[in-house]
Design a protein around this ligand. Structure first.
Ligand code: FAD
Length: 434
């Protein structure tokens, strides 16, 4: 079988891969030296669009509109860009074997790719209800959303099941975004999740109360404290109902499941050190294996600000870790040193006309400020997290670009705070005056 050799191989064709390719080109890469190998059939794109504008009934985002790096205000890397730069973009190619000792990757079709330096950017995969043996979980019209193909199949079902009933399983950010987008598509939407409030990994009960109230005002039904334990389907195998643990049964034409992700580390099991479920790296995204780097969702890296190892499944880290790894590779080739990665966690989400950003760490006590009445025509509110006398995290709904910058600064500087009540009264001006 054919063997190809590259100086650098990026394994994966998602957000991190695209930003890494751009960083290589900034530093200058000789034609034929770099390959990006992706299971997907399209060039790297800004994945967050899939649960937002990609599913709009009108004015939907479509490729090539959201190829990386538009999401961060950068140049859009069209498929031609890779050709112009002499980068081999190898699409629809799944790597099924990675031998980190002999520096070889093997594709499903049997092609071998030999590399000098490997960057693992395989991202995450969705957790499926069938993984837990949930009865009927293989029925048609039960969707998961990770890749563009998943979104295309969902669009087909949205068009076939017009004005039908949608059940969203999961109350995280995918669940919330999908509930909104299905409502915008005129579906009758019910969300189901086991936790007492939505997005419990980040939201306080007070923050969640706003979003749940807002969604309820839009006509979305929310069922909390129970889980889907089975699905009924018709003679064509199409889902008809979701059975809940508490005995209730919900009619459904479409089910969208968003119950979390799992980093794609399987190819490297036993070959590389892992920690907290991800591939362990240093602050330059070097793994335990020489000449192998890892970036994006798949890595557990030192989060310098909090002095601990973390894995972050968000797009901002995918972009920044990619840039850092390529800078580190280039610097080591030139015998130079660069600073260690010093990441400030940043997450965001958008649904309906809502838009929030969060920076820092969500630990300690919290104070809310602003107008969080879900019935208000212009809600705008935020929250600070205070740990050991310092403000360590900040959340803002409906912030302007400058205001979001201000809360990011708070999370980065971690100012000490004596009087928590004062912080609540000062609200956003505490951040703006810093
Ligand atoms: C629907 C959706 C909405 C999101 N919205 C937000 C948001 O609003 N805000 C936010 O911060 N984050 C969001 N995220 C998370 C964000 O998109 C991810 O953190 C980011 O894409 C991670 O980048 P990555 O390159 O590590 O992984 P990915 O972008 O997932 O890319 C991994 C790539 O590797 C390929 N691959 C995997 N295994 C193989 C193999 N064996 N052979 C070949 N190719 C392989 C995959 O096909 C894929 O192309 C969202 C994610 C999803 C799925």
């Amino acid at each position: 079988m054919a063997e190809k050799h590259y100086k650098y191989v990026i394994l994966g064709g998602g957000v991190a891969a695209g930003y890494a390719a751009r960083e290589f080109s900034k530093h200058g890469v000789n034609p034929g030296n770099l390959a990006v190998i992706s299971k997907e059939g399209v060039a790297p794109y800004e994945r967050p669009a899939l649960s937002k504008a990609y599913l709009f009934p009108e004015g939907a985002a479509r490729l090539p509109g959201f190829h990386v790096c538009v999401g961060s205000g950068g140049e859009r890397l069209l498929p031609e860009w890779y050709t112009e730069k002499g980068i081999d973009l190898i699409l629809s190619t799944e790597i099924v074997k990675a031998d980190l000792q002999s520096k070889r990757l093997t594709s499903a079709a049997g092609t071998t790719f030999k590399y000098d330096i490997l960057i693992i950017a395989t991202g995450s995969t969705v957790i499926r209800l069938s993984d837990f043996g949930v009865q009927g979980a293989d029925s048609n019209n039960i969707f998961y959303l990770r890749e563009i193909d998943d979104a295309d199949k969902l669009i087909e079902a949205i068009n076939t099941k017009k004005n039908g009933k949608a059940v969203i399983v999961g109350g995280g950010y995918i669940g919330l975004e999908m509930a909104a987008v299905m409502k915008i598509n005129n579906f009758d939407v019910t969300m189901v999740y086991p936790e007492p409030w939505c997005m419990p990994r980040l939201f306080t009960p007070e923050i969640a109360a706003f979003y749940e109230g807002f969604y309820a005002n839009k006509g979305i039904k929310i069922i909390k404290g129970t889980v889907a334990v089975g699905f009924d389907s018709d003679a064509n195998g199409e889902v008809k109902a979701v059975k809940l643990k508490d005995g209730r049964q919900l009619d459904a034409d479409i089910v969208v499941v968003g119950v979390g992700g799992r980093p794609l580390t399987t190819l490297f099991k036993g070959q590389v050190v892992e920690e907290k479920g991800g591939i362990k790296t240093d602050g330059f995204f070097k793994t335990s294996v020489p000449d192998v780097y890892a970036i994006g969702d798949v890595v557990t890296f030192p989060l310098k600000l909090y002095n601990e190892m973390r894995r972050v499944e968000h797009v901002d880290h995918a972009r920044k870790s990619a840039e850092q790894a390529v800078k580190a590779i280039k610097a080591s080739e030139e015998g130079k040193a660069i600073d260690e990665y010093d990441y400030l966690p940043y997450f965001y989400s958008r649904s309906f006309n809502l838009s929030w950003q969060f920076y820092g760490d969500n630990v300690g006590d919290t104070v809310m400020f602003g107008n969080s009445d879900p019935s208000s025509p212009n809600p705008k509110f935020g929250s600070y997290w205070i740990n050991e006398g310092k403000v360590v995290g900040a959340f803002l709904e409906a912030g302007s670009a400058d205001e979001n910058k201000a809360i990011a600064k708070v999370a980065r500087l971690q100012p000490p705070i004596q009087d928590v009540n004062q912080l609540s009264e000062a609200g956003l001006s505490f951040a703006s005056q810093l």
